[in-house]
Design a protein around this ligand. Sequence first.
Ligand SMILES: Cc1cc2nc3c(=O)[nH]c(=O)nc-3n(C[C@H](O)[C@H](O)[C@H](O)COP(=O)(O)OP(=O)(O)OC[C@H]3O[C@@H](n4cnc5c(N)ncnc54)[C@H](O)[C@@H]3O)c2cc1C
Length: 398
Amino acid sequence: MALKIDKEKCTGCGECVDTCPFEALELVDDKACVNESCTLCGSCVEACAFEAISIEDAPRRTDERTLASKGVWVFAEQRQGEMPEVVLELMGHGKRLADELGVELGAVVLGDQVKGQAEELFALGADVVYVADDPCLADFNDDAYCEVLAKLIKKYQPEIFLAGATSIGRSLVPRVATAVETGLTADCTSLTIDSERRLLLQTRPAFGGNIMATIICPQARPQMATVRPRVMKKGERTPGQTGRLIELTLEGKEKTGTRVLEVVKALDEKVNLTGAEVVVVGGRGLGGPEGFDLVRELAEALNGVVGATRGAVDLEWIGHAHQVGQTGRTIAPKLYIGLGVSGAVQHLVGMQASDTIVAVNTDPNAPIFEVATYGIVGDLFKVVPAMLDRLRELRGGA
Ligand SMILES: Cc1cc2nc3c(=O)[nH]c(=O)nc-3n(C[C@H](O)[C@H](O)[C@H](O)COP(=O)(O)OP(=O)(O)OC[C@H]3O[C@@H](n4cnc5c(N)ncnc54)[C@H](O)[C@@H]3O)c2cc1C
């Protein structure tokens, strides 16, 4: 696609220049001109009162590849033989997308001694598992991993390729997208199918989280996306399920210039928000830092962890390590309890995949009630002590 300016119609009024959020338009000799900053957002098209600007389709460079591409692939990232939870989430969601498109779900594993993981991936719904098993892939290495993935993609031509927005996914997938000449939407929070156009609708926060943008990749394949951990539900396991195993033999060229000297495991986070089964989150409704004493008491009673909104963190009532949401941690515990949390979209995006959501808020119109399983309209300073009393009662006074 390209931005087209009809110089005959352009009056040089400058409205498009003022409207463009990317400074991609300028006036040259009283006519609008576009530069390389243009993102084809279309705001200038709407702003032009003289219908002098349009977005036109470029010739389809990749038509053949687009038509030939079939299947949804998930990159089954692993470290020392362990797959992160996001792979299970992507397998579950990838299966739904593949079913909707009527195609197979593929999983790709790269590493050393990783062939055994195919069994787990079949159990998670993979129809095909592609394995590159070689000592040179033992530790994650951008160059070698990119080379192998690009080779696999070019050979088997999936139409969708998904990976976790983990440190490995974030480092690797942009390289792969460049190598196979396609687009990538990073950090997605939702993926759906436009079945009419057979396109992947890739949604992610944009403009600092103030809007949710849905991005498409209509002309290149595969459509690539990385997905934040814990925004999608894990897939069901069906033990014993099998499929086709395709093994890739490396040619030796993959052993590139980068050498991993040592892999050092990061120290466990002090606040294990992402792994906790119960998270009790405090917001500005707590009224001050001392309000977190009540949050801690409830979290302790439920064997849970303390979380916070950005509102509370910005006021320095608690540290950033506790923050849940778009610019904090994404969580999906069995039980989320929000105390004095309004439920702003940037918070919801980080917790709405929780199994059970309990919200306590004095405002019956607080947006958090729209996602809550149980909503309690009331003062948290009365509700939480009542909850604690009931817990003590249930535990025989302990
Ligand atoms: C780019 C960007 C990124 C952001 N990232 C995040 C993020 O990662 N995480 C995040 O949380 N926010 C994030 N925010 C901020 C977000 O928009 C909200 O401002 C924030 O979540 C509000 O926090 P809150 O719910 O604690 O406060 P408020 O919105 O002020 O809500 C307080 C709530 O407490 C209720 N209340 C008051 N008193 C009581 C009482 N006694 N008992 C019960 N209820 C009571 C009120 O009715 C109200 O609903 C981000 C914003 C932007 C622009």
